[in-house]
Design a protein around this ligand. Structure first.
Ligand SMILES: Cc1cc2nc3c(=O)[nH]c(=O)nc-3n(C[C@H](O)[C@H](O)[C@H](O)COP(=O)(O)O)c2cc1C
Length: 192
């Protein structure tokens, strides 16, 4: 039987209902849920089969090792308000899971590195959509703490070998934000 294209499938509903989640319940996220999402990530498309992505699940020690750098960044703008400091620490320590994602560097081949970056973004979206399908929210973060030397040290990574693309916060949503998206007419064009 042919599929009815006017009826969104469960997969389509999963795609269009996903939103970035910015506040999480304290509930733990089972490793089995993460593993299923990594399995989805592993199957992302990738030109020349370079599989340039790596996912690093950051435990409490690794996360805590970033806090002095957070303090240093805050102090650069003067003595921080304690509430601002707590909030900044919370962004690192509070998400039930925090996953750093890297993509392989290709210093001698800019096009390869660009294609690998694109493939890693596909893997991240597979990861996030698999989580969403399992009832879990996620948010991609590219804040300065994710890009600085301290993050490479905390994760024991060589910046010449792999680039941190971002941190993905994972947890059960306390709230799912609404987002206005561009209408189809503004993004899709058929040419004769
Ligand atoms: C490449 C990328 C980087 C992002 N970095 C951040 C970030 O640093 N901080 C943040 O609050 N949200 C960040 N986001 C989340 C976006 O702001 C969010 O996905 C978007 O505004 C909401 O749309 P959505 O609910 O459909 O995901 C990032 C998203 C992407 C794709």
């Amino acid at each position: 039987m042919e599929k009815d294209a006017t009826q969104p499938s469960q997969v389509q509903q999963n795609l269009i209902s996903r939103r970035s989640v910015f506040s999480y319940k304290a509930d733990a996220v089972d490793q089995a849920c993460l593993e299923q999402a990594f399995e989805a990530a592993r199957h992302a498309p990738c030109h020349r089969q370079t599989h340039p992505w790596r996912f690093y699940v950051m435990g409490p020690e690794t996360r805590a090792s970033l806090l002095p750098e957070v303090d240093r960044m805050l102090a650069a703008n003067g003595e921080p308000d304690p509430e601002i400091r707590e909030n900044a620490h919370g962004k690192i320590m509070l998400p039930p899971r925090l996953v750093a994602v890297t993509s392989a560097r290709s210093p001698d081949d800019a096009f390869r590195e660009e294609e690998d970056y694109a493939a890693t973004v596909c893997a991240i979206q597979n990861f996030v959509l698999s989580l969403w399908d399992q009832g879990l929210g996620a948010q991609w973060s590219t804040g300065s703490i994710t890009r600085g030397d301290a993050a490479y040290r905390a994760l024991d990574l060589d910046p010449a070998e792999e680039r941190i693309i971002g941190f993905i916060k994972v947890g059960y949503a306390a709230e799912v934000p609404q987002r206005r998206k561009k209408p189809l007419e503004a993004i899709r064009f058929y040419r004769p």
